[in-house]
Ligand binder design. Structure first.
Ligand code: ATP
Ligand code: MG
Length: 275
């Protein structure tokens, strides 16, 4: 990746994240379009630490299901910048808002790709910890890729418990709130599966499944819903295979939750792959 930052021009702002701005940019010589995430020097140290962690993970990953990194610039465009592949449909969250809820066959297509990405990450001892519709990017080809590694964890030791409160608590698994009750053989990877289950449910229903309409998404309300409530499930009119798939993702006890490998051979994903 020998793209010099001098060869890049900004086209427009794509969005603002926590401490940074993402631009649509063009490589002047080739006209190739990319996304550039810029974090300015005056942002707080915690955010900077997250950006460095994200850089470290993007440097190590090479999967068609994880957003690709084409370059990292440490003293240009403000302070730190990450050049990524441009995903022209934005996030699954914006697709939901623009195009409405997803059919089961579309969700099978989404689930297959996100699970392939998680399978790759988990095999490389990386836990994402912030899987949600707004961190999954899509392009016109309906390719779905995992992005946003700001709060991810690289597991160094097998017993490294990672139960600090990072990420959006709405999609956090029961064992991250209460490892004693739901942790079982706690290793952290299963938390990504819970978040994927909630994400798919939200894309099917069109609303966040743990809150009733109008309910304030504060920490205590969510914690109660996640730890004391029954896990959310699909309505009766969903297919048996889809209902079973969601149930395998949303087991409250983390050791009962299926792994990426098990889920990739679940009957829901084995049906025709037309999107
Ligand atoms: P948070 O900091 O809470 O995770 P965020 O996910 O919105 O917020 P960013 O990852 O900085 O923050 O991304 C901001 C927005 O930029 C995204 O919501 C998305 O719309 C857009 N974006 C990010 N990366 C890309 C990309 N590779 N291609 C196209 N759009 C992108
Ligand atoms: Mg994000």
């Amino acid at each position: 990746s020998a793209i010099s930052c001098n060869d890049i021009e900004k086209i427009q702002v794509l969005g603002h994240g926590n401490g940074g701005t993402v631009y649509k940019v063009r490589h002047k010589r080739t006209s190739q379009v990319y996304a550039l995430k810029v974090v300015h020097g005056d942002t707080d140290p915690l955010v900077r630490r997250q950006v460095f962690r994200e850089m470290e993970i993007l440097r190590r990953t090479d999967s068609p299901y994880v957003v690709q990194c084409h370059g990292i610039y440490e003293k240009s465009f403000g302070d730190i910048a990450i050049l990524m592949e441009y995903m022209d449909m934005g996030t699954l969250d914006s697709v939901l808002r623009q195009k409405g809820t997803f059919s089961e066959s579309k969700l099978a297509h989404v689930a297959r790709q996100v699970l392939s990405g998680l399978n790759y990450l988990h095999a490389h001892k990386i836990i994402h910890r912030d899987i949600k519709p707004s961190n999954l990017l899509v392009n016109q080809k309906m390719e779905v890729k995992i992005s946003d590694f700001g709060v991810s964890k690289i597991m160094c030791r097998t017993l490294d418990a990672c139960n600090s409160y990072v990420g959006t608590c709405a999609y956090m698994s029961p064992e991250r709130f209460d490892p004693d009750t739901y942790g079982g053989n706690y290793n952290g990877y299963a938390g990504d599966i819970w978040s994927l289950g909630l994400t798919l449910l939200e894309l099917y229903l069109g609303y966040f499944p743990l809150l009733s309409p109008g309910q304030r998404p504060d920490w205590a309300t969510l914690m109660c819903a996640i730890c004391f409530g029954d896990p959310p499930s699909l309505p009766e009119n969903a297919s048996e295979k889809f209902r079973s798939f969601i149930e395998c993702c949303l087991q409250k006890e983390s050791s009962k939750r299926w792994t990426t490998t098990q889920l990739l051979s679940h009957p829901f994903l084995l049906q025709g792959s037309e999107a």
